[in-house]
Design a protein around this ligand. Structure first.
Ligand code: RTP
Ligand code: MG
Length: 147
């Protein structure tokens, strides 16, 4: 089992897509471990996107991600990082494969609805950035025996 950090961005919240996105993750067979509805401050946003500091799209990215509430989550599942990245689709909605979240609901690279960790190292780093260890809930679901 692998854990990953996913976050519905301010555009996803504003467009009323929390339920649609969470529903897709649940139906796929992933299990929710933690969730938090929150507004990122500049400090947390800078830590989250530190790998992109200095790039031309960094200032608007920070402005966007702090512009309204986000829905931060941890999900577990077999190969959860790769699996959720595949479900999310490529960064540019135009390049994202049909059936992915970004292809189905997004238009622009800058408003692409959801963030997903891209490596186990980043997943661990991002989970620790947003959640205390005691906020990660370990519980049994029958799904664990069937998927
Ligand atoms: P994310 O981190 O948000 O899940 O997105 P990602 O892995 O698909 O893309 P990443 O390369 O990490 O970029 C982070 C966010 O920055 C914006 N971006 N704009 N060339 C550009 O204009 C450009 N490249 C990236 C996107 O909003 C992307 O989600
Ligand atoms: Mg990324």
């Amino acid at each position: 089992m692998e854990s990953t950090f996913l976050m519905i961005k301010p555009d996803g919240v504003q467009r009323g897509l929390i339920g649609e996105i969470v529903g897709r993750l649940e139906r796929k067979g992933l299990q929710l471990t933690a969730a938090k509805f929150m507004v990122l401050d500049d400090k947390l946003a800078a830590k989250h996107y530190e790998e992109h500091e200095g790039k031309p799209f960094y200032p608007p990215l920070i402005a966007f991600i702090t512009s309204g509430p986000v829905f931060a989550m941890v999900w577990i599942g077999d190969r959860a990082i790769e699996l959720t990245r595949a479900m999310i689709g490529k960064t540019d909605a135009l390049a994202a494969a049909p059936g992915t979240i970004r292809s189905d609901f997004a238009v622009h690279t800058n408003f692409n609805l959801i963030h997903g960790s891209d490596t186990p190292e980043n997943a661990a780093r991002e989970i620790a950035l947003y959640f205390k260890p005691e906020e990660l809930i370990d519980y049994d679901r029958s799904i664990q025996h069937w998927i």
